[in-house]
Design a protein around this ligand. Sequence first.
Ligand code: SF4
Ligand code: MG
Length: 344
Amino acid sequence: PTPLLEIADLHTHFDTADGEVRAVDGVSLSVRPGRTLCVVGESGCGKSITARSVLQLVDSPGRIVSGAVHWAKPGEDPVELTGLETDGEQMRAIRGNDIGMVFQEPMASLSPMYTVGAQLSEAIRLHREVDPAEARRIGVELLERVGIPQAEGRFDAYPFQLSGGMCQRVMIAIALSCDPALLIADEPTTALDVTTQARILDLLKGLQRDTGMAMMFITHDLGVVAEIADDVTVMYLGRAVEHGTVEQIFTEPKHPYTRALLESLPTMDETAARRPLTAIRGMVPHPQNRPSGCPFRTRCDFAMPGVCDVDAPPETAFADGHQAYCHLYSSSDERAVPLPAPTV
Ligand code: SF4
Ligand code: MG
């Protein structure tokens, strides 16, 4: 089926005193209707900026330099979001009606000055012509839907009177108030304790089942990916390095970076517990010191001199939409050797 959201060769740069930083450097990815795409990578890989670029919410001095974001809601004409005026009516309508967004810090997203209900009602009345009493009824119902007990009373509470997990549920209720076809969630559980994190993931999965909305879920945590993803895009230094279904990524990772991420994952498995935790060697280079050729080559155990430092790795397509960008798989290069079997 046609992707609901398709990002094609997106470049989002920041003009800094030290020069231009290419935070997003040619990302392509797509979200299919009704499915959850997890965008995973270490901090600084450009995943949040990619998400914000979709909604044209990149803060200055950042700007989308090139590329396209195609939005194709079933039954409506496709729109190229990058072609819309950043704060124009059409972009605001899409932000308010079609695509909801939830961020990492619920406390920072809610205003401390207004009650939860006031903020929820405002969101509801932005896209529905209802009187305050009706907005309250819908708001309380939404709070109940996101699992807030005593919703009627919590409607009149201030954010500081609620826990971080409750505030994140409020943010999810606000995002759902427009009945979005796509929910973009940027590390929505990272600031929460493990138990609350698991409950919020369950909530999101349940809401997705009930509403059929798609999700683009940004995370650095492969445990979260295993829990919630249908599809996965792995990002490194502003680029996508591998795309696949969650099964493909976990059982047949192709890119050395994906492999390294999986190998650094602690497991509950007995034998694995005896294996020392492996972190990926070296550090992510600063985007201003982007390596030539393959962005991962400074940390890659399989880097081929004269190849990986020279050319950007081409796309290789494997079974059913599984793709990776790595010279190891370019059949034209006789120095390319297949990767040994994964150890996870
Ligand atoms: Fe490693 Fe080369 Fe593949 Fe990059 S292109 S991931 S350096 S083998
Ligand atoms: Mg981030």
